[in-house]
Design a protein around this ligand. Structure first.
Ligand SMILES: Cc1ncc(COP(=O)(O)O)c(C=O)c1O
Length: 391
């Protein structure tokens, strides 16, 4: 089969899944079918539109109920949430933080904001997340444990934390990564920006690490317009997250007094109102997205040479973005499929450029990246809005 022939078959398979045959489909559209208007109107009617308000408190409690996290702190966006996680994990200027090369740029940028250095590691094909075995082997080569913790013997820098990312809502090999973090005395942080509604062995993602970040950007499974949250099970870290993200202001009826350098990372009440309404609809979204994933799986099963990333046993996946994987890495075939699907009106995209290939991160410490490179040449994200399951 030629590349063009296979690309045409993929287009037909995708078309057969999506309603209306010829329609165009964005990668992930937000959906407002619940009480969004009511809650937003309530904010406008009462004047509570800005950085405090009942919806912020409610959104945080609702997130705690959903995820089982001891504390959720709503913030301005997912990137800010990552910044807070790293600060509270004790990451300091000059430290290294292990980060997958296969991630969205915000994961690495947040490390850089702290003055720390991302140290990139490879992924594995089953989950697309950091490969614990390869990570352990890499650390055995480049790191040693000292009284102060893990140190990179090549750079002399402390390796303080391991930031994992649950790609497209699929849980990483959480058990293996917890074990590596324990062995090398690394603080485990989860970039769970894409993982709201996903669980590993029944436990919500973002509750395995010491701290985690969620995102409610417009392209995520639920949106607050822009927004994020910090999750933690440690009450003191939760208290610190709230304090630091609200300018470290000391509570007082009129005085403006601050006891450290904080941020204004608060989520406005307007955005939280949207979030409360969206969370009410999450179970319905998850249900319809699972139906869409099933349909993609069935349609692509008939196309030789491609497959769909499927949840492994024990994983409950939110199916944020359905992921087509070529049987063999082939950048030309990937591009032919991207071209054909985009020409047909379906918004599809490849993986992000791997972090170690970005100019600002090219000189950072890293492992070899054979798996991430192969994935970059074989992964395509498909249109995944829940509404596509309505037909
Ligand atoms: C893996 C990952 N990390 C971090 C972010 C950053 O979140 P935000 O856009 O809310 O800042 C996103 C998404 O945008 C993401 O996909």
């Amino acid at each position: 089969m030629t590349r063009t022939g296979l690309a045409a078959q993929v287009v037909e398979a995708v078309r057969s899944v999506l309603p209306g045959g010829e329609i165009t489909a964005p990668l992930h559209a937000p959906e407002f079918r619940g009480r969004e208007w009511d809650y937003l109107k309530d904010c406008l009617d009462t004047g509570w539109v800005s950085s405090v308000g009942a919806y912020v408190d409610r959104f945080e409690r609702d997130l705690e109920t959903l995820t089982g996290a001891g504390r959720a702190v709503a913030v301005a966006n997912g990137t800010a949430a990552l910044d807070v996680c790293l600060k509270l994990a004790g990451v300091e200027a000059g430290d290294e933080v292990l980060v997958p090369t296969l991630t969205f740029v915000a994961t690495a940028n947040a490390v850089t904001y702290r003055g720390a250095i991302p140290h990139f590691v490879d992924s594995e094909t089953v989950t697309l997340g950091v490969d614990p075995q390869r990570l352990d082997a890499h650390l055995s080569k480049v790191a040693r444990l000292t009284d102060e913790g893990c140190v990179n013997v090549r750079t002399g820098a402390p390796i303080r934390a391991l930031m994992i990312m649950h790609v497209f809502g699929h849980p990483c090999d959480v058990d293996g990564l917890i074990e590596v973090a324990r062995r090398w005395r690394l603080v485990l942080i989860e970039d769970a920006a894409e993982a709201l509604g996903s669980r590993w062995r029944g436990r919500h993602l973002g509750t395995f690490g010491r701290l985690a970040a969620l995102s409610f950007n417009g392209n995520k499974i639920i949106t607050t317009g822009g927004g994020g949250a910090v999750l933690t099970n440690d009450p003191e870290l939760g208290r610190r997250a709230k304090h630091l993200t609200t300018t470290a202001k000391l509570p007082h009826r009129w005085a403006f007094d601050h006891d450290e350098v904080g941020w204004n990372y608060r989520m406005p009440n307007l955005n939280a109102a949207l979030g409360c309404a969206q969370l009410e609809r999450l179970p319905d979204m998850l249900g319809r997205k699972a139906v869409l994933a099933e349909r993609y799986g069935a349609a692509l099963a008939n196309v030789e040479g491609v497959g769909l990333l499927r949840p492994r046993p024990g994983a409950e996946v939110n199916h944020w973005l359905n992921t087509l994987i070529l049987d063999r890495p082939d950048p030309d075939l990937r591009d032919a499929v991207l071209e054909a699907l985009n020409d047909a009106g379906f918004q599809v995209r490849p993986l992000w450029t791997l972090m170690h290939r970005l100019p600002m991160y090219a000189g950072c410490p890293r492992d070899e990246m054979p798996v991430a490179e192969a994935l970059a040449a074989s992964v395509i994200s498909l249109p995944s809005s829940a509404a596509l399951a309505d037909a």
